[in-house]
Ligand binder design. Structure first.
Ligand code: UDP
Length: 382
């Protein structure tokens, strides 16, 4: 196997894979449909305010994987940043994720950690094996906190009743009986000073990487001896022949104002009668910068239609059945490896994308060295 290597998509998966293969002496061509690299973590300076804009919504880098942390620090100067989120519920502002401050504020108490833990145990359902998002929340925090902070937000975010969603979505968020209000518990956390697009551009800056932008790649056009890494949507590779895998997409309504709009980077809106899920004020992701003006966006979620940007895979019963059919189709292919968030139809963070791309590069190089078939998936989608 010595044919050309094509990497479809210049997001994190594609860029890390390209860099690793190029560093190992394997020339690659990266083909990207958009007019920029970095996929959905793309950042750009807003011309009017000068603020670094996370164009497809807020991205905060956090990881417990020291190898991944060292890797990204090779390509970007990461600035110290601890993400904190607030949420507005019933006309009051609370701390998120749920911590001792949230609990004491909400119930108008001054409980200690042990008292709060005992109190929440009286609220929680105690159900041993929660089967869905709502059961998981009721088992963890009980009905009042669930109704105030999760029910409305989750219904707006996912467009379905929380009883239809997997418990795993809630497991992304911790419950803390301390005043630690850091959104993420990972030891390594930061924001690249010049943005994610500069970081990905540096990854792709290598004599053995050829980058082609604004080009839709047609799988049928691949040379017979090529190996293709596909980081686009799984169903997109097959021309959506079995139907469209369901995604939620996001709409961002931007405003440019002067001063400080909300005093924090992200304010969630938990109430169902407020249409947006959150407001992001981008300059607060870069407290080391100074801007008189500000850029904010009101974020709303809806089902992804043709031509929209896919963000969150829905992965309910119907989608999983269709996914299984696409996985079967993929199993019959050769000369292609599906990798990354879209091609494996998973809700994964940036650090996981990078880890999987690093590992895939190794697996591929080993397979190529002995003439073995590379894997069809970097990570099983089901
Ligand atoms: N969530 C919620 N209320 C909040 C924050 C999160 O109900 O104030 C739920 C919601 O269902 C969301 C999930 O928890 O999809 C995971 O939240 P996370 O902040 O990880 O979502 P992301 O930032 O990836 O959109």
């Amino acid at each position: 196997m010595t044919g050309p290597v094509l990497i479809i998509g210049a997001g994190l998966s594609g860029a890390v894979l390209a860099r690793q293969l190029a560093d190992a002496g394997q020339p690659v061509t990266v083909v990207e449909a958009r007019n920029h690299v970095a996929g959905n973590c793309h950042t750009a300076r807003d011309a009017e305010t000068g603020v670094l804009h996370h164009v497809y919504g807020p991205h905060i880098f956090h990881t417990a994987d020291t190898g991944v942390w060292d890797y990204v620090n090779r390509f970007a100067r990461f600035m110290e940043y601890r993400h904190r989120v607030l949420t507005t519920s019933g006309g009051r502002v609370f701390s998120m994720p749920m911590n001792l401050l949230t609990i004491n504020q909400f119930f108008g108490r001054t409980m200690s950690p042990a008292q709060a833990q005992a109190f929440i145990a009286t609220q929680a359902s105690g159900q041993p094996d929660p089967q869905n998002f709502e059961e998981q929340a009721l088992a963890m925090i009980g009905p009042d906190l669930y109704a105030a902070f999760f029910e409305g937000y989750t219904t707006k975010q996912w467009g379905v009743d929380p009883t239809a969603l997997p418990a795993s979505i809630l497991k992304r968020l911790p419950l803390r009986f301390s005043y630690d209000d850091s959104y993420f518990a990972h030891p390594h956390q930061g924001i690249p000073r010049d943005g994610y697009t500069a970081m990905v551009t540096a990854m792709l800056d290598h004599p053995d990487i050829t980058l082609v932008l604004e080009t839709h790649f047609d799988p049928a056009s691949a040379p017979a001896d090529a190996h293709v890494f596909w980081s686009g949507a799984l169903d997109g590779y097959f021309g959506h022949s079995l139907g469209r895998l369901g995604y939620r997409t996001l709409d961002f309504a931007h405003q440019r104002l002067s001063g400080d709009y909300q005093g924090c980077p992200v304010m969630n809106y938990a109430d169902i009668d407020v249409p947006h899920t959150r407001i992001t004020e981008y300059k607060h992701f870069a407290p080391w910068e100074d801007h008189a003006k500000t850029l904010i966006s009101f974020e709303t979620a809806r089902d992804c239609a043709e031509g929209d940007i896919p963000y969150y895979p829905i992965r309910l019963v119907e989608e999983k059945a269709m996914l299984a059919q696409y996985v079967d189709l993929a199993a019959g292919t050769s000369g292609v490896t599906f990798t990354g968030r879209l091609a494996t139809y998973r809700y994964i963070d940036m650090d996981v994308c990078i880890r999987e791309a690093l590992d895939l590069a190794e697996v591929f190089l080993r397979a190529r060295a002995v003439g073995a078939k590379p894997p069809v998936f970097s990570h099983a989608p089901l």
